[in-house]
Design a protein around this ligand. Structure first.
Ligand code: SAM
Ligand code: MD0
Ligand code: SF4
Length: 384
């Protein structure tokens, strides 16, 4: 019996076989320690079949296991001021969202939240704020105040490492944070496509934001870089972001799905495709096998944690003290009051993935190794 098969169908089958074979070779190469070039990153980001994505996730998990074992690090999140002078189109806390209730916590409230987080076993405290004019416009004392707060948080938490996420920071401000012993500077570009950046962060300078991170690296900070997905970016642009992250030599890299916010210009934007975030996260793991990659509780809450760990994340961020009345960013309230953004809520999920919180010595050793790789030692931080 003659069966007619459309030539295009044959072509599809052949293309699929070639793609599968190329993926197999590439994943085998990566497992052997071969790096990813730009072309390979593009190829991986172009995968569409579920079966291929599952192989990608498996490889991401295996690489994480090879470098970090079963250790996952936990970050406590303190959003201490939600006032902001900027007007990022994606953000609930943008200046123009006048209906939004804001808060600015006292040092005492911050220390109390930090102590609770430390007692729960987090590895780091992330001090985050909007670009609050009241804090920043008080001249040198603004940055000094944040530096002092960081020092006080360290003392109150028996020396936990501190990340600051204060938005754009100039050289003298970064120097102040460095002098206060702050280890991490987080500042996400969101996209490395200048046109999209201008849409997302109107009135802000792409170059100034990027330069702040380069300067922070030179001062010896560990730096986190991040992108948003679901904001109109193409995979081509995501692959360019991977190259920029590499150029920065970022110590921690993240992707977060954009969550539409009421009262903002992007509130009616399409609902997020979380699969896309997981896909990008896994590619980040292959591109940066020895770096930290967060699974943020801020995006889908506790329910989304397992998926992100299974895509290769090795940090859980946005743990929030449940009764400190502090907010998240992408989801201001989700899973906070019900104590699902806590260590005790996260632990069973880690266990279900065969993971566990890393020892704090492991985290410190990793940070020290990265700092040395950056060429800066503690004592030499300000002179390099
Ligand atoms: N104000 C500082 C800044 O913008 O750098 C620090 C705040 S940091 C918590 C803000 C980050 O949260 C943004 O860089 C963005 O990546 C993320 N974010 C803000 N709004 C979001 C949203 N609606 N959905 C997902 N991520 C969001
Ligand atoms: C998070 N909500 O980790 C936090 C925030 C800022 N350094 C981090 C985006 O998801
Ligand atoms: Fe302000 Fe940061 Fe929100 Fe932009 S993302 S509006 S800088 S808090």
């Amino acid at each position: 019996m003659n069966v007619y098969v459309r030539p295009t169908k044959i072509l599809d089958v052949m293309k699929r076989a070639i793609c599968r074979a190329r993926l197999g070779d590439l994943l085998a190469e990566v497992r052997k320690g071969g790096g990813l070039g730009d072309e390979e990153v593009r190829f991986l980001l172009g995968l569409t079949e579920n079966e291929d994505l599952e192989r990608l996730f498996q490889t991401a998990r295996d690489l994480r296991q090879a470098v970090f074992g079963t250790a996952v690090f936990l970050y406590g999140f303190i959003y201490f001021s939600t006032f902001c002078r900027n007007d990022c189109r994606f953000c609930l806390f943008r200046r123009s969202n006048r209906g939004r209730r804001r808060y600015r916590k006292t040092a005492e409230e911050v220390l109390d939240a930090a102590s609770q987080l430390a007692a729960s076993g987090v590895h780091l405290i992330d001090l985050t704020m909007g670009e609050d004019p009241e804090i920043l416009d008080s001249g040198t004392s603004g940055a000094e105040g944040i530096a002092e707060l960081a020092g006080a948080v360290r003392s109150a938490t028996s020396g936990l490492p501190i990340m600051v996420s204060p938005g754009l920071a100039g050289p003298s401000t970064l120097q102040r944070y460095a002098r206060a012993g702050v280890e991490w500077y987080a500042c996400y570009q969101e996209t490395h496509h200048r046109g999209l950046f201008e849409q997302l962060r109107p009135g802000q300078s792409f170059d100034a934001r990027w330069q702040a991170k380069l300067y922070a690296k030179r001062l010896g900070f560990l730096v986190e870089e991040g992108i948003l997905c679901g904001v109109g970016e193409r995979m081509e642009e995501v692959s360019e972001s991977v190259a920029w992250m590499r150029q920065l030599d970022a110590d921690q890299v993240r992707v977060m799905s954009f969550i539409p916010q009421p009262g903002t210009p992007m509130e009616t934007h399409l609902v997020p495709d979380f699969r896309r975030e997981l896909h990008i996260l896994a590619v980040l793991r292959l591109a940066f096998p020895d770096k930290l990659i967060p699974a943020s509780l801020d995006v889908e809450g506790l329910d989304g944690l397992k998926r992100r760990l299974e895509a290769g994340a090795n940090v859980v961020t946005s743990l929030i003290a449940p009764d400190a009345s502090m907010e998240g960013v992408a989801n201001a309230c989700l899973d906070i009051g019900n104590a699902r953004r806590t260590t005790s809520a996260v632990l069973p999920v880690l266990r279900s993935c065969g993971l566990r919180p890393g020892r704090s010595e492991h985290f410190h050793l990793w940070m020290e190794t990265r700092r040395r790789a950056g060429g800066c030692r503690d004592g030499a931080r300000l002179s390099c």
